[in-house]
Design a protein around this ligand. Structure first.
Ligand code: ADP
Ligand code: MG
Ligand code: ZN
Length: 481
């Protein structure tokens, strides 16, 4: 029998509002433990939670950015469970009346088809405390850090529209891009600001019914989500083929063993309406104001930038995948740099250099204005590409303008044909074999000779002038490119 997989995702995104969900404590979970707390987020009995405006606005923008419909009325419920990370015994979450319903993201599937993966709803909830397990002397102890308690989360719950690990991974990447566009979270799986649960079932291909699902919880990398789903599909298929049933339960992905493992269930109690937080009534005017605050989203920006800068669709999509990269590119282009030159240098030089230094494009030590100055020198043939690459790397460690670095290091491009001619003559006399090859029609040797002249110039020569000189001296016609 042929099976197909059915997958739905539940994605937790930790919002980056300055304050927590129900109090004014700083929303900085990484600070020294238990600094950012108050009676409300320590969950003292009698404390009165008040929904903060900042997290609500971020959650609303995020919902709109994913195409959701903000609901005129939403409300919090108490999800009862017992665990030391939640000493008050229940978590405030929107189980019945979520902030937003609907929405979705269009992706390109494996077959190259556009496909919309629908979002069922988006709700807000409070995060729980962080448990730190350690050994003191020979005694294992568990410590509780409340900095994260009450931190604002949104949960994005999709329809079971996914049919493969690939679709899930594409969705998550597109989701992250959009959440970063609206500035609601950096959605970094490294620091846990995006965590994913995947619900997976299989069914005979063509069947309209849903099979029994298994939930794989709390994955913190897109790759892990893909691997876990693939593993789980195989595991379920093997079960069914052996005549056994898939049983509803929760599993964890173990990246070291590359397998999902059954997880001990924690006690989950009922979910009841919360009487302490007022219901949230959103007026059409308020929703309209949020809509106006929505920035240009990735699809629109990709189309606009492709047209405005004469970029290919693929190039524009590459730049727009990160809002900071798109901003950086446009800032360089505003300085008058040819768009394709800017695109090329950002993609092949700047981003790899930033990645190597583990820096975000938004915090590049080489800002767009300084990169534009360097690319201007390149365009005016004041430096060659090789020297410009060196200067760029040096700019990462200094605040100097590129002109100053070029001057100090004597990297000004040599374009003077008279000076270069002497170097060319010298190289030709040193490499008679290469000259022979060219005369016998082996054009490849010209690249070697250009390289030799370049080296003899200390990397400063203008490659265009060398090429012209050598072509003239070896009396080969001007070769295109
Ligand atoms: P639960 O009540 O167990 O939380 P929900 O109906 O709320 O289940 O769905 C949770 C997530 O699981 C959603 O993303 C949904 O799309 C997905 N889902 C529901 N049923 C299935 C299924 N049979 N196979 C795969 N995913 C499913
Ligand atoms: Mg659920
Ligand atoms: Zn607090």
């Amino acid at each position: 029998m042929e099976f197909e997989a059915v997958i739905g995702l539940e994605i937790h995104v930790e919002l980056n509002s300055a304050t927590k969900l129900f109090c004014d404590c700083p929303n900085r979970p990484g600070d020294e433990p238990n600094r950012n707390t108050c009676p409300t987020c320590l969950w003292f009995p009698g404390a009165a939670p008040r929904l903060g405006r900042a997290p609500l606005e971020k959650a609303a923008l995020l919902s709109l950015g994913l195409g959701g419909e903000l609901q005129p009325r939403s409300a919090f419920d108490q999800k009862v469970y017992y665990y030391p990370d939640l000493p008050k015994g229940y978590q405030l979450s929107q189980a019945r009346l979520p902030l937003s319903r609907g929405g979705g993201i269009e992706i390109t599937d494996e077959a190259g088809e556009r496909k919309t993966l629908r979002i069922h709803h988006i709700h807000m909830e409070e995060d729980v405390a962080r448990l730190v397990h350690q050994v003191e002397g020979r005694t294992p102890v568990s410590l509780v850090d409340f900095n994260r308690a009450g931190a604002p989360l949104v949960e994005i719950v999709t329809e079971p529209d996914f049919r493969s690990p690939f679709e899930a991974m594409e969705f998550l990447k597109a989701l992250r891009t959009r959440v970063r566009y609206v500035g609601a979270s950096d959605c970094s799986m490294d620091n846990g600001t995006m965590r994913v649960d995947a619900n997976i079932s299989i069914r005979p291909r063509g069947s309209g019914e849903l099979g029994t699902k298994v939930e794989v919880k709390n994955m913190n990398s897109v790759r892990h989500v893909g691997d876990a789903i693939a593993y789980e599909i195989d595991r379920q298929r093997a079960l069914v083929e052996a005549g056994e049933a898939v049983v509803l339960h929760t599993r964890l992905w173990d990246p070291d063993r590359k397998a999902t493992l059954p997880m001990r269930g924690k006690f989950e109690g009922p979910c009841v309406p919360d009487p302490s937080v007022p219901v949230i009534d959103l007026s059409p005017e308020w929703i309209g104001r949020m809509r106006e605050r929505l920035p240009e989203m990735p699809a629109a920006r990709t189309a606009r930038m492709a047209a405005a800068y004469g970029l290919s669709d693929e190039e524009a999509r590459f730049l727009c995948a990160e809002v900071e990269v798109a901003d950086y590119f446009e800032a360089v282009a505003r300085e008058g740099v040819a768009p394709r030159l800017a695109m090329h240098w950002i993609a092949t030089q700047l981003l790899p250099a930033l990645k190597e230094r583990k820096l975000d494009p938004g915090r590049s030590p080489v800002g767009p204005v300084r990169l534009a100055a360097l690319l201007g020198m390149l365009a005016r043939e004041e430096v060659n590409a090789g020297a410009a690459r060196e200067v760029l790397l040096e700019m990462f460690d200094s605040d100097e303008a590129p002109e100053a670095i070029v001057g100090a290091r004597g990297l000004t491009q040599q374009s003077d044909a008279g000076q270069l001619e002497a170097l060319a003559d010298q190289v030709l006399s040193q490499h008679p074999e290469a000259v022979q090859d060219i005369r016998r029609g082996q054009g490849k040797a010209i690249g070697f000779l250009i390289g030799q002249v370049m080296q003899a110039s200390g990397g400063r020569a203008n490659p265009r002038v060398i090429r012209e000189l050598l072509h003239r001296k070896l009396s080969i016609g001007d070769e295109p490119g």
